[in-house]
Design a protein around this ligand. Structure first.
Ligand code: ADP
Ligand code: SF4
Length: 698
C-alpha cells in the first residue's frame, strides 16, 4: 500500500465567528471538548458487527465530534429487537464490545455516551422468545402475532434493577454520559408516560405524575448508581404530533420538562416517533424541530442538545447565541461528514459534505444491514474495508484515467482519483455536471439532492490534476484516441418504456399510436395528455414523485401499483405514509394491487394481482416506472474495438448505473470503490474483513 495522503484543502484558521462552537460545556461531572454532539443513532452494525461500529464511532471522534453516542443498547434479554441490530448490554460479557467503542472515542479526547433501552411492548422478542411486557397488555407494535403482558409491581422493581445494572456496566465499559431514554414511542419509559399505552389504575397510571413515576425513578436510580462520575442525560420526545392523543410541546410534553427540569444533567430533546424526528428533506427543512423544542432551555438550567439536520456552522452559531440550544446535536450530518467539526475548526467550510436528507442511512436499520450513506461512501466501511472518509492512498503509478459521464458515479470517481493524484479527464456529454442528480433535484421536494454533485464539483475544481470537459459526447473512437491508461465508463441509465420489471417479464402489449412517455422525458419537460396513468413497479420514490409533479402541474393522475401502497420501499426511509398522504391530498388516484396488462390508444387495461379480474380505465398518457436500461453501448463499442485489435487502455471498466442501475448512494459508492481499488490486485476473496461469530465452548 502507498502512503495515505491527508485532506487536500489548505489548513487555514477557523473564522472567529465560529469560536463559540468550540467552547466546552459542563454536563454534570463531565466536560465536552466542544459543542458538536453526535446524538444516538442506529447503524445496522451494533452487537453483530462491533468492530465496524467501534471504528465508525472512533472516526467521528477523530473528525472532531465532542460527544459520540451509541445507538439503542438493549439492557435485558426480555426486550430485544432481532432481527434489527442494535447494541447489547445484557450481561457482563457484553462489556468488552462496548469498551472497544469508548476506547476509540477517548483516543481523540471526545466523550462517549450510551443509550440503554428497554423496548417493552414495541418488540416481539423474536430471538429470545421471552414474553414482552409493558405498562398494560397490548399487541406489540411491530406487526407480529405477539401480545405483551402488563407489568406488575415486581416487574417494575425488576426493570428498575435492570436499568441500574446497565448503567453500572456502561460505566465499566468507559462511558461518560449515560442516557435515560424516553423518546420515539419505542421504550417502556415512554410507554408508561403515554396515555395511549398506559391504562393502569395503580400508582404508575392515571395522572401525569403517576405515569411519570417510573421515568423519575429510573433517573434517580441511574444518578445514584453512576452519577458521581458519569453524566445522566434524558432523551425525551417533547412532541408526538398527535394532538391531544400524545405528548406535545404545549401540553404534557412541556409539563414533563417542567416537572423534571433540573433532575437530568442534560436534556436531549426531539420529536417523537422516529419518522417525525428524522423527516427527509422532501418533507421537512433543516431545523423544523426548533419551534417544538426551543421552550426547553427556558424551563431548565441544565444544558440542552437538539437536532435539526444542521450542516451550516452559521445556523449552529445562531442556535447557540439565541439561547435555543447548548450543544448542536447531529446524527445524519455526522454520518454524511464525520469530519464536519474539524472542517469548521480549520476554516474549510466549503469542504463540508452536507447531508441531503434522503434517509438511505435509515434503511440499514430496517433491513438489518450495515449503514450506508448517499453522500459518504465510506460510512460503514471504515473497519471492514479500511476506508477513511478523508484519507486515501496515493496513486499506485503515474497514470491517467479517462472517465466518461459526470453523474454521481463519474463525479465521485473523478474526485477520489484526483485525491489519489492521478491525471484525470472527466468527459460529459451535457453542458452541466451531475447526471441523474441534476435532473432529479428538479423534482418536487428533492432540491437538496443537488448537494451530491455540488460537493464533488467544488472539490474537483480545487484539483489541478482533474480536467472537466463538458459538451463532450464521446464515441468509442474518441475514447481510444484519447489514450488514457485507464478508462471508466459511467454513462448512466435511462428509464425503459417497455413496462418490464417485477410484474412483467416481457414488454406490456401496446397498440400502435398509444401515448407512452418515459420518466426521463417527463423530467426533461415533455408534454402529457390527460388522464395520465403511472404504472409504478419500481416502488422507490420515482413513481410517487412523478405523480406529484404531474398533479402539481394540474394533470389528472392515476398511480397503479402491484403493491398495497405507493412507493413501498420508502417504509425503510420513514417516508411512505407521508408520500401516500401527500398524493391522496393532492388528488392523485391510487389503484393498488393491480398491474397494467395492455396499453391502447386512450385507455389501459388493469388486472387485479389476486383475482386476475380486468377492467379498463381512460389513459391519455402512460408512464411506466418499472426499470432502467443501462446506457452501456459505449462500453460495448470500446470493448469491441479492442477485441478487433485496436490498441486500448490497460483497463476498461463500467461503473454505476451504466453497469447496473441503482440508488444514487450505490452510484457514489461505485465511483469511490473504483478509485480506491485502481492498481490493487483482484482476488476471489471477499473484498472486506468479516466479523465472524466465535464458537461457544460450552
Ligand atoms: P450514474 O448514476 O451512474 O453516475 P448518471 O446517469 O447520473 O449515471 O450519469 C451519466 C452521465 O453520463 C450523464 O450526465 C450523461 O450525460 C453522461 N453520458 C452518457 N453518455 C455519454 C458519452 N458518450 N459521453 C460523455 N458523457 C456521456
Ligand atoms: Fe444524509 Fe442521506 Fe447520508 Fe443519511 S444517507 S446521512 S440522509 S445523505
Amino acid at each position: 500500500m502507498n502512503k495515505p495522503t491527508g485532506p487536500i484543502a489548505s489548513k487555514s484558521l477557523r473564522d472567529p465567528r465560529y469560536d463559540v462552537l468550540f467552547e466546552s460545556v459542563q454536563i454534570g461531572p463531565v466536560q465536552t471538548r466542544n459543542r458538536f454532539y453526535q446524538v444516538p443513532h442506529c447503524n445496522g452494525m451494533g452487537h453483530q458487527y462491533p468492530s465496524s461500529m467501534a471504528e465508525m464511532r472512533g472516526i467521528k471522534a477523530e473528525g472532531g465530534w465532542g460527544v459520540i453516542c451509541t445507538e439503542q443498547v438493549e439492557i435485558h434479554h426480555t426486550s430485544e429487537l432481532s432481527p434489527v441490530i442494535e447494541g447489547r448490554l445484557w450481561e457482563d460479557r457484553d462489556i468488552p464490545v462496548l469498551r472497544k467503542m469508548t476506547d476509540k472515542i477517548h483516543e481523540h479526547g471526545s466523550l462517549a455516551g450510551v443509550e440503554p433501552c428497554y423496548d417493552g411492548l414495541a418488540t416481539p422478542n423474536r430471538y429470545s422468545r421471552e414474553i414482552p411486557m409493558g405498562p398494560s397488555p397490548r399487541p406489540v407494535s411491530y406487526i407480529d402475532p405477539v401480545q405483551a403482558r402488563g407489568m406488575d409491581l415486581r416487574d417494575i422493581r425488576d426493570l428498575r434493577r435492570w436499568y441500574v445494572d446497565a448503567a453500572k456496566r456502561s460505566k465499566e465499559a468507559g462511558f461518560d454520559i449515560i442516557y435515560v431514554y424516553a423518546g420515539h414511542d419505542l421504550n417502556a419509559l415512554s410507554h408508561f408516560l403515554s396515555r395511549r399505552w398506559n391504562h393502569r389504575t395503580d400508582e404508575y397510571g392515571g395522572s401525569l405524575e403517576n405515569r411519570l413515576r417510573l421515568l423519575r425513578e429510573v433517573l434517580a436510580d441511574t444518578k445514584d448508581a453512576v452519577g458521581d462520575t458519569c453524566a445522566v442525560a434524558l432523551r425525551f420526545g417533547v412532541e408526538e404530533m398527535l394532538g391531544d392523543e400524545g405528548l406535545s410541546s404545549e401540553g404534557e410534553g412541556r409539563d414533563v420538562v417542567e416537572m423534571l427540569a433540573d433532575i437530568p444533567d442534560l436534556w436531549d430533546v426531539n420529536l417523537s416517533d422516529w419518522d417525525n424526528d428524522s423527516m427527509t428533506s422532501r418533507f421537512a427543512a433543516s431545523g423544523f424541530q426548533d419551534a417544538y423544542v426551543n421552550f426547553v432551555k427556558k424551563v431548565t438550567n441544565k444544558p440542552v442538545v437538539g437536532v435539526g439536520r444542521y450542516t451550516s456552522p452559521d445556523a449552529m452559531v445562531s442556535l447557540i447565541k439565541s439561547g435555543a440550544l447548548d450543544l448542536i446535536g447531529a446524527a445524519r450530518p455526522s454520518i454524511a461528514d464525520p469530519f464536519l467539526p474539524k472542517k469548521v475548526e480549520e476554516g474549510r467550510i466549503e469542504d463540508i459534505r452536507e447531508c441531503i436528507g434522503c434517509n438511505i442511512c435509515v434503511t440499514g436499520d430496517f433491513l438489518a444491514t450495515p449503514i450506508r450513506c448517499t453522500q459518504n461512501p465510506t460510512m460503514g466501511e471504515e473497519w471492514r474495508r479500511g476506508w477513511h472518509p478523508e484519507r486515501i492512498a496515493t496513486r499506485h503509478a503515474d497514470e491517467s484515467v479517462l472517465i466518461v459521464g459526470a453523474g454521481p458515479s463519474g463525479l465521485e470517481a473523478a474526485r477520489a482519483l484526483g485525491q489519489r493524484g492521478y491525471i484525470v479527464a472527466l468527459a460529459e456529454a451535457g453542458t452541466g455536471l451531475g447526471g441523474r442528480v441534476a435532473a432529479e433535484a428538479a423534482l418536487p421536494g428533492l432540491a437538496e439532492w443537488k448537494r451530491v454533485s455540488d460537493y464533488r464539483e467544488y472539490q474537483i475544481s480545487q484539483m489541478a490534476n482533474v480536467g472537466i470537459y463538458l459538451d463532450s459526447r464521446l464515441t468509442a473512437r474518441d475514447v481510444l484516441e484519447y489514450g488514457a491508461d485507464h478508462v471508466v465508463i459511467a454513462t448512466g441509465a435511462h428509464w425503459s418504456d417497455s413496462g418490464i420489471g417485477r410484474a412483467h417479464h416481457a414488454a406490456i402489449p401496446r397498440e400502435d399510436g398509444a401515448n407512452i412517455v418515459t420518466v426521463n422525458a417527463i423530467m426533461a419537460g415533455a408534454e402529457v395528455a390527460d388522464p395520465v396513468v403511472i404504472f409504478d413497479d419500481d416502488h422507490y420514490y420515482m413513481g410517487g414523485v412523478i405523480a406529484e409533479k404531474l398533479r402539481l402541474a394540474g394533470h389528472e393522475v392515476t398511480l397503479v401499483t402491484p403493491q398495497g401502497d405507493v412507493s413501498h420501499f420508502t417504509h425503510n426511509t420513514l417516508e411512505q405514509h407521508r408520500i401516500q398522504k401527500r398524493l391522496m391530498e393532492l388528488g392523485v388516484k391510487i389503484t393498488p394491487l393491480h398491474t397494467v396488462t395492455d396499453i391502447e390508444v386512450g385507455s389501459v387495461t388493469l388486472e387485479c394481482i389476486y383475482t386476475e379480474k380486468e377492467h379498463d380505465i381512460d389513459c391519455g398518457t402512460f408512464v411506466p416506472v418499472t426499470m432502467r436500461q443501462p446506457e452501456d453501448a459505449l462500453y460495448h463499442e470500446v470493448e469491441a474495438l479492442i477485441e478487433a485489435g485496436a490498441s486500448g487502455p490497460q483497463t476498461l471498466t463500467r461503473i454505476g448505473d451504466c453497469l447496473a442501475p441503482g440508488t444514487i448512494a450505490a452510484a457514489v459508492y461505485a465511483g469511490h470503490r473504483y478509485a480506491r481499488e485502481l492498481g490493487e490486485p483482484k482476488t476471489d476473496a471477499p473484498p472486506f474483513k468479516r466479523e465472524l461469530p466465535t464458537l461457544a465452548t460450552d
